[in-house]
Design a protein around this ligand. Structure first.
Ligand code: TXA
Ligand code: MG
Length: 327
């Protein structure tokens, strides 16, 4: 069970975060509390990764099934060494190319990592983010932070502090509001224990970029990826409360009670209509905020214009397909 608590919300500069505020948030984390903070991808819900009781608090606050493992966020080589058993060559090459940044690497877990973090598995997912608030908070806490996206399980990821509050107010200790996040979708997750490495979750760093940096990368065999080895197992994920459907543009004429999200400028000015840039990077940045906004309208459906099937749109297609699962 989660305990009711007051959730303190503080604004923080995302370029030059206030050291005193970080120190205060770091202390909460060291004492086993839960602090939501911005990263370059989405907001994370942090707890001390080496404290099993604190980590259980994350699962309780989110209503997350305990068989879904967490990402450990580090901000130094020393922290990285403290959570991994082994650092495969492929992990080193990927880290060299993309860290700090929106890339999570799955590697053999060190003995200090509680089973709550790894869902009892042999591997741990680690990320060295680049957002100054994330880095400052990890350093202030003085310990690696386990942090899933700061939303209730299966719901939309948060790209703004108000999205965090929507889902987690009263369940966590603090939210650091550093404004909207830049990348807008969750980090790319790569399993570096396989050779070639396996892309488990497409994200801001796309397949072409990965392959240009390190050569061939494998795509997972969706159905045989093993129990929650890949995020994909929870097929319904990242979903608004309003049923979402992916359709072609010609099936999106204005309809009473139906919200619409276009790729590129909308063809009319009917209400409950939003549009996102017709490029995958700009689209990703605004995607969750647009879905949160349309969801709040309480319509009977959200129609989303289907993204292209090219590899540059893979991460967006993945999120939208999960959001529309079963609708
Ligand atoms: O951008 C992000 O990655 C954000 C920010 C806060 O860092 N975090 C995030 O966490 O999206 P979460 O928990 O929502 O997603 C982590 C994904 C899950 O789908 C989980 O299954 C996968 O990473 N994962 C974690 N540990 C794993 C492991 N040992 N092996 C395979 N997949 C793992
Ligand atoms: Mg998540």
């Amino acid at each position: 069970m989660w305990a009711v608590r007051d959730t303190a919300i503080y604004r923080i500069s995302s370029s030059k975060p206030d050291e005193e505020l970080l120190a205060c948030a770091g202390k909460i984390l060291r004492e086993g509390g839960l602090v939501a903070f911005p990263t370059e991808t989405v907001y994370g819900l942090g707890a001390s990764a080496l404290d099993p009781v604190a980590v259980r608090g994350i699962f309780a606050a989110k209503g997350r099934p305990s068989n879904n493992p967490l990402i450990v966020h580090v901000a130094s080589d020393e922290m990285l060494r403290s959570v991994v058993q082994e650092w495969p060559e492929n992990a080193q090459r990927l880290a060299k190319a993309f860290w700090p940044g929106p890339l999570t690497l799955v590697v053999p877990a060190g003995p200090n990592v509680p089973p709550e973090v790894t869902a009892n598995g042999p591997t741990v997912a680690v990320r060295w983010p680049t957002h100054p608030v994330a880095l400052g908070l990890i350093r202030a806490a003085g310990t690696p932070l386990a942090a899933p996206s700061a939303n209730r399980s299966t719901q939309l990821s948060p790209t703004r502090a108000e999205h965090v509050i929507d889902g987690l107010d009263g369940r966590i200790d603090m939210v650091l509001d550093g404004g909207p996040t830049a990348d807008g979708i969750e980090s790319t997750v790569v399993d570096a224990t396989t050779d070639p490495p396996t892309l488990l979750r497409p994200g801001p760093i796309n397949l072409d970029q990965l392959e240009r940096a390190i050569g061939p990368v494998r795509l997972p065999d969706a159905k045989t990826a093993g129990p929650l080895r890949s995020p994909g197992l929870l097929e319904k994920h990242y979903a608004p409360r309003t049923p979402l459907q992916l359709v072609e543009r010609d099936q999106m004429s204005p309809t009473e009670g139906v919200a619409r999200l276009f790729r590129g400028p909308a063809p009319d000015s009917a209400p409950a209509t939003l549009s996102l840039p017709d490029d995958p990077v700009g689209y990703a940045t605004g995607l969750y905020a647009a879905l949160h906004e349309l969801d709040r309208l309480g319509m009977s459906r959200i129609l989303v214009e289907a993204p292209p099937t090219t590899s540059a749109w893979l991460a967006i297609r993945d999120r939208l397909q999960r959001a529309s699962f079963g609708n």
